[in-house]
Design a protein around this ligand. Structure first.
Ligand code: HEC
Ligand code: HEC
Ligand code: HEC
Ligand code: HEC
Length: 413
């Protein structure tokens, strides 16, 4: 029960979301992002027993690795690949511990993958002791007080202790950033910048120093909303996304790296130059609610980890190398130990293929042991390629060159 609350708390820390980015992902074979709900994914993570063996940042079981370590900061289909690769080792622990092996509907698999992807976007919880040092080093305490200690030139920061996510702090820092910068200039205090996990550390300190017990969560951000906000808040007038948009500031698909908090930190760090450019163009500094901040940076985070479109030709190579054909046929050509992958039911989308592979992994492993086939480990984009090949073999899938819309003849990639 308390575990469940904890994990739900974790989930709502910040944001992901997996609604499809239309421009890139209009085709299923590309499957840049699968439609899923990270919040539902977190419930499945608990409900299907993953938490019995896996911890997230130290909370949960220990039979499997802690999934809060940043192993999951990669594209969705690669995460599906990681899960697949570990299936046999997990299977053995399932049997040992007599935990029933969970199976999924495709929609559930989408949510679960969204949740795992979302875990990859978070930093570990901040360190309060480090935060306390930063609060003094960065000069915050000259103007602000916390737990009754510090200056009184600016609002007390105790209320921030009730927030579980550093996003509240980053949104406030952004919104109050300009008057704060003025106050600093007036007092000759250098404007601090934030690196790495410093914002999360500051939040951890705020929480311990304020002693509050109330907890206010924020829902995972939705990149789709972030995309709309990027236009509505006029970011697009200065920044490009993949070459589309303004050129006053950097193209944010090429410069931003790291977790949600790192992205929020770089927004703060570049604030003064941005405000100057906004003033030149008579653009008001856009106010952002916590949800909007969450949606916006989830959107920006997402570009680091776009699945490159799968390539059916490379997929065929993977299919052969991994010896799937030892047991499977494609349109009657091949062996019949397992179902025909071109004509079998419910294998029409990447999600269905991933789900089918996971749900049948135990039987497949047995068959593989029987026929001396090594467990096929899928690295990098191999899962995406394999899926592209299987979908094409079914005749339903577009070729990858069509991923970004119809291409002029002779100008393919
Ligand atoms: C009975 C224990 C057990 C359960 C339940 C379990 N796992 Fe695992 N999991 C493991 C073990 C053990 C490993 C490490 C396998 C290895 O070393 O190859 C692992 C590995 C993984 C990995 C790869 C992690 C890495 O560091 O590369 C992922 C992702 C994963 N599990 C996800 C899940 C999900 C999602 C669920 C719930 C559907 C789940 N696991 C349920 C035991 C379990
Ligand atoms: C030179 C004084 C000064 C320093 C140093 C300073 N601030 Fe501020 N801060 C202000 C002022 C003034 C405001 C109120 C601005 C306004 O709304 O007009 C403010 C507002 C805020 C707010 C929003 C508070 C609210 O409830 O509206 C937060 C959060 C905040 N500061 C955090 C910090 C942190 C964290 C640091 C250290 C990294 C810091 N400040 C350093 C002067 C300062
Ligand atoms: C008037 C032009 C302008 C607008 C509008 C604008 N920016 Fe910027 N932005 C810039 C400039 C210029 C820089 C680079 C500043 C520097 O070099 O310090 C920048 C830098 C950034 C960075 C840091 C990039 C990096 O490489 O680390 C982020 C993140 C960012 N902006 C996000 C946003 C978001 C989100 C919005 C909308 C809410 C926005 N910007 C609106 C001009 C703008
Ligand atoms: C040693 C034999 C063997 C190998 C090698 C093998 N499979 Fe299977 N596969 C099976 C069997 C048997 C089943 C049916 C399992 C069941 O009924 O639970 C199956 C089921 C599946 C399913 C689910 C089909 C459905 O109808 O839901 C998919 C998808 C699949 N395999 C893909 C692959 C891929 C991709 C490879 C290569 C990476 C592969 N298999 C390698 C034996 C194998």
């Amino acid at each position: 029960m308390s575990r469940r609350l904890l994990i739900v708390g974790l989930v709502v820390l910040a944001g992901l979301g997996t609604t499809v980015r239309t421009a890139v992902a209009s085709h299923e074979s590309v499957s840049v992002l699968l439609p899923g709900d990270p919040l539902q994914g977190s419930r499945l993570f608990t409900g299907k027993g993953c938490l019995r063996c896996h911890a997230v940042h130290g909370v949960g079981g220990t039979a499997g690795p802690d999934l809060g370590r940043r192993v999951l900061n990669r594209p969705l289909l690669e995460i599906a690949g990681v899960m697949w690769n570990h299936a046999p080792a997990m299977e053995h622990v399932f049997q040992e511990k007599r935990v029933p092996r969970p199976t999924f509907e495709p929609g559930e698999m989408a949510s679960l993958l969204s949740f795992l992807y979302y875990l990859g976007s978070l930093d570990p919880p901040g360190d309060g002791a480090v935060g306390a040092r930063l609060f003094s080093q960065k000069g915050c305490e000259i103007c602000h007080s916390l737990g009754g200690k510090g200056g009184n030139l600016a609002p007390r920061l105790d209320t921030y202790g009730q927030y579980t996510s550093p996003l509240f702090l980053t949104a406030a820092l952004w919104n109050r950033g300009k008057p704060m910068a003025d106050a600093m200039r007036n007092r000759n205090i250098p404007r601090p910048t934030f690196q790495g996990t410093e914002i999360a550390d500051l939040l951890a300190y705020t929480r311990s120093a304020s002693g509050g017990t109330e907890r206010i969560y924020v829902e995972p951000g939705k990149p789709k909303n972030g995309e709309a906000l990027f236009g509505k808040k006029r970011c697009v007038e200065c920044h490009s996304i993949g070459g589309h948009g303004g050129a006053v500031g950097p193209d944010l698909t090429t410069t931003l790296k790291g977790s949600l908090m790192r992205i929020a930190g770089s927004m703060w760090n570049h604030g003064p130059k941005m405000w100057a450019k906004m003033a030149e163009r008579a653009i008001e500094v856009p106010a952002l609610t916590t949800e909007e901040m969450s949606d916006l940076i989830s959107y920006l985070y997402f570009f680091q980890f776009i699945d490159r479109p799968g390539d059916p030709r490379r997929g065929l190579v993977v299919y052969k190398e991994k010896r799937c054909g030892t047991c499977h046929a494609i349109r009657g050509v091949g062996e019949k130990v397992g179902p025909d992958l071109a004509t079998g039911e419910k294998l029409d989308t990447s999600l269905e293929v991933i789900t089918g592979m996971w749900n049948h992994a135990a039987t497949m492993e047995e068959a593989m042991l029987g026929s001396n086939v090594a467990w096929p480990v899928l690295k990098g984009g191999e899962m995406a390629d394999l899926i592209a090949y299987l979908l094409q073999a079914r005749g339903g899938a577009p070729r990858p060159a069509a991923a970004s819309g119809p291409q002029p003849k002779g100008k393919g990639r």
